[in-house]
Design a protein around this ligand. Structure first.
Ligand SMILES: Cc1cc2nc3c(=O)[nH]c(=O)nc-3n(C[C@H](O)[C@H](O)[C@H](O)COP(=O)(O)OP(=O)(O)OC[C@H]3O[C@@H](n4cnc5c(N)ncnc54)[C@H](O)[C@@H]3O)c2cc1C
Length: 415
């Protein structure tokens, strides 16, 4: 298929883009074009050789590349064309897609639907306002280190400090070891690690000290990093190291949103979507981590599969492009919710699928409960629970189907 004949263009061949394409093909859509600017499909997982990818979707213990291979095998090559080394330069209302491809050059495509599955970006050190020198070598983000290791590029250092304590920061310990780096410290600004307790245990078993309630105060080094200074509860301390790996400052890769007609959700910096993955721009859907930074590859894959089903319904005229619907207001203590909007349930009889809900709190709360209030009346109250800000809060999607279009607010009440 030539790109200009595509009925659907999926931007991004990570887990979300690949499952979107598979679901479209399963529903009989025959001209699906998946494009990725990278030289191979797979998105971020293809650079991560440790286990723990795709669990929620495949229920298997797989590495990143293992998950990618599985998702690629599921693609029906008669219906889906995968075009790598192809960058989408813009998406405009219509929808219209402008792309540049090593194989086809500069092109304009006018598909019936577009799915944004562009994932996340990591903010580099320069955007994190970390004081100190700017040595030419030795300062990396987790994504950069993953790519260097996967592509066989020598990292050059011996002793690394990892800044961040969320899931990704712990997964980088294995990658660092693989790269010949000895991680001599992890640093977290919070008073606990932002991941599961078992992750902290693994780090300590590997002999990695974790400095909590601490920040990087200074980086020293001319050509290469020589040390970092940490400020923590017991004052300042200097740690000799030649590599600093920054983790955890992720944002949706929303570069295609300006000019596309897609409304941005302030809380996530990603597109605002309804439960079917519809953005505010007719014909443009979104799935995966572009919706918010950052969830697991398994969740991104589930989102892609569901959005693919919904796009197929839209192409068949069984999912009318919805209005804005009910915007769910979050009250104090809640960071974000995805989807942000809820529209009346599609009753065409077609099996449209709601996105799983990503709901996060701003801070830990020892005991709290969620309550959904519509027009001043409580329509649902959850059970008491412990709230940890690094974990998704459980809110069944069916609860939101009860909304009737009034003012809806989600409360997190400490108890
Ligand atoms: C260091 C690290 C470790 C991780 N470890 C784990 C883990 O252990 N387990 C786990 O489940 N998850 C892990 N994750 C998270 C996991 O990688 C993501 O959940 C998953 O990759 C999200 O999939 P996605 O399809 O939304 O986006 P991505 O995988 O990021 O894919 C997006 C794709 O879009 C492409 N793209 C973007 N813009 C354009 C454009 N304009 N034109 C063309 N192509 C474009 C990109 O090249 C990319 O291939 C980790 C993430 C990182 C950064």
């Amino acid at each position: 298929m030539m790109p200009r004949d595509a009925e659907v263009v999926v931007v991004g061949a990570g887990p979300a883009g690949l499952t979107t394409a598979a679901a479209l093909a399963e529903r009989g859509v025959e001209r699906v074009l998946v494009v990725d600017r990278d030289d191979e499909a797979g998105g971020l997982p293809r650079f991560c050789s440790h286990l723990g990818f795709g669990w929620e979707y495949t229920h298997r213990l797989e590495t990143g590349p293992g998950l990618v291979r599985r998702l690629l095998r599921r693609l029906d090559s008669n219906a889906v064309t995968l075009l790598t080394r192809t960058s989408v330069l813009s998406v405009k209302p219509g929808p219209k897609v402008e792309l540049v491809s090593g194989r086809h050059g500069h092109m304009h495509v006018e598909p019936r639907a577009v799915v944004l599955a562009t994932g996340i970006r990591e903010r580099p050190r320069s955007a994190r306002l970390v004081p100190g020198k700017r040595p030419a070598q030795g300062i990396l983000t987790t994504g950069q280190l993953q790519q260097m290791v996967a592509r066989g590029v020598p990292v050059g250092g011996r002793r690394a400090v990892v800044v961040g304590t969320e899931h990704v920061a712990f997964s980088i310990l294995l990658t660092a070891r693989h790269a010949g780096l000895d991680v001599v410290a992890m640093v977290g600004a919070e008073d606990r690690i932002m991941s599961y307790a078992v992750a902290g245990l693994v780090a300590r078993t590997m002999g990695v000290p974790i400095h909590l309630s601490s920040t990087v105060d200074d980086i020293q080094g001319a050509d290469r990093v020589e040390s970092v200074a940490l400020r923590g509860p017991s004052g300042q301390r200097s740690i000799a190291c030649d590599t600093v790996i920054f983790s955890g400052d992720f944002i949706p890769d929303a570069a295609l949103m300006p000019g596309s007609g897609i409304a941005v959700a302030a809380a996530t910096s990603g597109p605002s979507v309804d439960q079917y993955g519809c953005t505010s721009a007719p014909g443009i859907f979104a799935a995966g981590n572009v919706l918010r930074a950052v969830e697991s590859s398994g969740l991104a894959a589930i989102e892609g599969a569901r959005v693919g089903t919904n796009v197929a319904a839209y192409l068949e005229g069984l999912l009318a492009w919805p209005d804005v619907g009910t915007c769910i207001r979050l009250t104090e203590g809640l960071a974000y919710i995805v989807p942000q909007r809820w529209v009346p349930t599609n009753d065409s009889g077609y099996a449209t699928r709601s996105l799983p809900i990503s709901l996060r709190a701003l801070a830990d709360v020892p005991r709290a409960r969620l309550r959904l209030i519509e027009n001043g009346k409580e329509v649902w109250a959850g059970r008491e629970m412990k709230v940890l800000r690094h974990r998704r809060l459980a809110l069944p999607a069916a609860i939101l189907d009860r909304l009737r279009g009034g003012d809806a607010a989600l409360h997190l009440d400490p108890v």
